[in-house]
Design a protein around this ligand. Structure first.
Ligand SMILES: [Zn+2]
Length: 441
């Protein structure tokens, strides 16, 4: 028997599908986990007189936002070390703390916090990179968010694994346990060219091909990374990875701040997806990704927040706005990265980067019902001339009222419906208290 339909009536719907414009006074009919119909509200009420109705009022209904790069568990390290450059931040603060504290439970609790923050901000998909992927998988399932979980490798010993072989084995064990879960995708995720050997890169490429999954890697984040690669390998990191056969449509290359013209042309030619993290790059003083040049070349650029330890706000509205403003300010071109383009980077383009373009990223009949309702009713959001631009230049995550993942209402009038957030915060306070005191329980 088919499940009963639910009607979502909104003042505006922004489908974000190719060539689509804004719909006014329309209704999305959700049946089960998918979008069954999109039609004028008056027609929907006639056709489904007995269906459950949610009247959203002065809202824009958008596809759930996709955060294409984060380290969810790191919400427990939010604010632990600010105002320091990347290498100092990593080697003197983050890596020592991770070595001492990271565990399955730590990752689960941090990932739960990030999932709740994401959902309340209209994000329905987190593409994660971290250790203890079983914990990330459990957190996604328990909170009701969709996630890309990583088979992650960093070529030095941590509290998680001793060497590349052990990292891969543990990642595969998680994959085998959770494969087939509706909310989860998997990525093969070498951490970065400066932390992973050639041999491991090749192993992870072969793994991605064998499992038919995407790859997820930090690349060309800082000038220092590029300079060190030239010293150690005689080539820039991208050239090294290209020789290893890693640069193709499977690759989600994160950051990519320092690029030359030939590299940009190669990324376009080889259909590499680029994950731009504007606020993380600004805060860690890494530089500015040349998005305008990438757009001109036709590279599929999408958006991520990076982890809460490097970009303390896990706020995709902030990334969308920053992407639009930074591209304009850094090139003196007001027309580059329009509001529409910036929204595409967090929706339909990001779904394609994850290999999920057929199922996610836009409001279309047959796609999964991952949706966010953004209220433009607040004083600071008025007047409304252009709802699309209003989402980018005016509204923030605080205006997200309701969120659905696979048709399940996971946020209802700003409250998470899937779990007790107070209990989660109490447990997080306990963990952070232990870390501050410097000892485990
Ligand atoms: Zn990162």
């Amino acid at each position: 028997m088919k499940s009963a339909p639910t009607l979502l009536n909104a003042r505006w719907i922004l489908p974000m599908s190719e060539g689509s414009g804004l719909l006014e006074h329309h209704t999305v009919v959700v049946q089960g986990d998918r979008i069954h119909e999109i039609l004028p509200s008056a027609t929907a009420l006639e056709r489904y007189p007995t269906a459950e109705r949610i009247d959203l009022g002065q809202h824009v209904l958008i596809p759930g936002l996709i955060n294409a790069h984060t380290h969810s568990a790191m919400s427990l390290l939010r604010g632990v070390a600010d105002d320091v450059p990347l290498m100092e931040w990593l080697t003197q603060h983050i890596w020592p703390l991770e070595k001492q504290w990271v565990s399955d439970d730590w990752v689960y609790q941090g990932s739960m916090l990030s999932a709740c923050e994401a959902l309340r901000g209209g994000v329905t998909y987190l593409n994660d990179m971290y250790f203890f992927p079983k914990a990330t998988a459990r957190a996604a399932i328990d909170s009701g968010i969709r996630a890309g979980v990583s088979i992650n490798v960093i070529d030095f010993p941590t509290g998680y694994a001793a060497n590349a072989g052990e990292y891969i084995a543990r990642g595969l064990e998680a994959y085998e346990q959770y494969k087939g879960e509706a909310l989860l995708d998997w990525t093969s995720a070498p951490h970065a060219p400066y932390t992973v050997s050639d041999e491991t890169f090749v192993q992870l490429r072969e793994l991605a091909e064998r499992l038919d999954i995407q790859m997820h890697c930090h690349i060309h984040e800082t000038q220092h990374e590029v300079d060190e690669s030239l010293k150690q390998y005689g080539v820039r990191p991208l050239e090294r990875l290209n020789k290893l056969g890693l640069l193709n449509e499977r690759m989600m290359a994160v950051h990519m701040v320092h690029l030359n013209e030939a590299e940009i042309a190669m990324l376009a030619r080889q259909r590499v997806h680029l994950v731009h993290n504007p606020n993380s790059n600004l805060k860690l003083a890494s530089g500015i990704c040349p998005v305008t040049a990438l757009e001109a070349a036709g590279v599929n650029t999408v958006l991520g927040t990076d982890g809460a330890a490097s970009n303390n706000r896990q706020d995709m509205f902030g990334e969308i706005r920053a992407a639009a403003l930074l591209a304009k300010g850094s090139t003196c071109q007001a027309t580059t990265v329009s509001a529409r383009t910036a929204l595409e980077m967090a929706t339909i383009r990001a779904a394609k980067a994850m290999g999920r373009g057929d199922d996610l990223g836009s409001i279309e009949v047959g796609k999964l019902a991952d949706l966010a309702a953004v209220s433009l009713d607040a004083l600071e959001c008025r007047p409304v001339y252009n709802p699309e631009a209003q989402l980018v230049y005016v509204a923030g995550r605080e205006h997200v009222s309701d969120v659905w993942v696979g048709g399940r209402r996971v946020v209802k009038q700003r409250e998470i419906t899937t779990l007790d957030t107070q209990a989660l915060l109490n447990r997080a306070d306990q963990i952070v208290g232990q870390m501050k005191a410097g000892h485990a329980s």
